[in-house]
Design a protein around this ligand. Structure first.
Ligand SMILES: [Ca+2]
Ligand SMILES: [Ca+2]
Ligand SMILES: [Ca+2]
Ligand SMILES: [Ca+2]
Length: 394
């Protein structure tokens, strides 16, 4: 019997509270309605973007005591006619704003107005004409929507381990000039996302990684992806797919006709064509000449060996790296063509090659210095290399 009474009561309230019905005031709630327009934004600016309008009802004008909120989703245009029911009485300060990134948070670029309104259950509030004004900040110039995937990871392990997706937007491909960043809990795979960037038109670079240990630092075992993004004013890019991949490793070795010079020599990694800029990474060769770069993202690189005095500069260009691979860049030949160290490649150096000409490694007459291409033979190839630099001052 009691249950039936409850049901009847709920039914009556639901029925009398229907918007558009004659009575817009009933016990415990009142209808609030009006229109919202936005200074500087036309219907065409709004249409198709699916912005939200959000009402945050506060108990105080400092807007610290939030009583409740109401979100009107995906508004089709302006002026927007709104209507909602309020089930609390008293004086409120209400911030109404265009929630452009739909995060239910007032952001400083979002058009807004704050109004004071007294509400009691005895009289409907209608005819509120609210004008949202954009603060003097740039409007969102680009919105990215899409999905993030991570090869080799399951949804379950990402969620149970609390992995975090961290994203940053950069001006430059070398990822040194960061202009925006944000985090996201990994609660699904593929993770769908909606990001708004407040940037000028241009070519940007998005770097996203899965922060598995949550330390805010990209570690070698954390999948990542760097993608160029063209951002245009007021542009929206849908279905932008990000595939997080493990980092690659680049390996190589240095050989020299002066073997003792190899240990500890530095090797630098650059993006192709960027050798005038700071290197992306630096590695030191061990005593056998081996070096390694870990955590390398996909791209085209140039590997440059340090150039001690008297040595011929050496680099390898167009090293194309694919995510996750372990790639050998081969050998960098660090050649010294001033064999006696008098800062010139001259007749004495030529004599050194000539005297050991025809010898093989560690055989009679062998002189390691004269094997300029490190092939274990002193022959016409070594003479040619020396000839190429004959007369050069170092
Ligand atoms: Ca917002
Ligand atoms: Ca980390
Ligand atoms: Ca010399
Ligand atoms: Ca040789």
């Amino acid at each position: 019997m009691k249950r039936l009474m409850c049901f009847l009561l709920v039914f009556m309230i639901t029925f009398t509270a229907l918007p558009g019905s004659v009575q817009n005031v009933y016990a415990g709630a009142v209808r609030v309605s009006g229109t919202i327009s936005i200074n500087g934004l036309t219907n065409a600016d709004i249409a198709g973007r699916g912005y939200n309008i959000r009402f945050d009802w506060y108990r105080d004008y400092n807007m610290t005591q939030l009583a409740f909120s109401k979100t009107h989703t995906d508004i089709a245009g302006v002026p927007y006619t709104f209507s909602h029911y309020v089930s609390q009485e008293g004086l409120f300060d209400i911030r109404v704003y265009l929630d452009m990134d739909k995060d239910n948070v007032f952001d400083t670029n979002e058009p807004y107005q704050v109004i004071s309104q007294y509400v009691d259950f005895s009289s409907e509030v209608s005819g509120l004409n609210i004008v949202l004004t954009a603060p003097p900040a740039p409007l969102p110039t680009s919105i990215l929507t899409g999905s993030i995937n991570a090869a080799g990871y399951t949804r379950e392990e990402c969620i149970s381990n609390g992995y975090i997706i961290r994203r940053s937007l950069y001006h430059d491909p070398g990822l040194t000039q960061k202009i925006a960043e944000g985090d996201e809990s990994l609660n699904d795979l593929p993770l769908s996302y909606w990001w708004t960037f407040y940037v000028d038109q241009g070519q940007y670079y998005l770097f996203v990684y899965m922060d598995k240990d949550g330390d805010g630092i990209l570690d070698e075992d954390e999948p990542r992806q760097k993608l160029p993004v063209p951002l245009d004013p007021d542009n929206r890019i849908d279905d932008f797919t990000i595939n997080l991949m493990p980092a690659a490793t680049l390996q190589g070795s240095i050989r020299s006709n002066i073997p003792e010079s190899i240990n500890g020599i530095s090797v630098q990694l650059f993006h192709n064509g960027d050798t005038d800029e700071a290197p992306i990474a630096t590695a030191l060769a061990d005593e056998t000449g081996n070096f390694e770069f870990r955590g390398v993202t996909a791209g085209d690189y140039t590997v440059v060996a340090e150039n001690p005095s008297g040595f011929v500069p050496v680099q390898i260009v167009n090293v194309s790296v694919v995510e996750g691979e372990i790639k050998s860049v081969g050998e960098l030949m660090l050649v010294k063509v001033d064999l006696d160290g008098n800062n010139r490649t001259d007749i004495d150096d030529l004599m050194t090659v000539a005297l050991s000409y025809g010898s093989v490694k560690d055989g009679p007459g062998w002189d390691t210095r004269a094997d300029l291409n490190c092939d274990g033979r002193i022959d016409e190839i070594d003479l040619k290399i020396l000839n190429q630099y004959y007369g050069h001052a170092w």
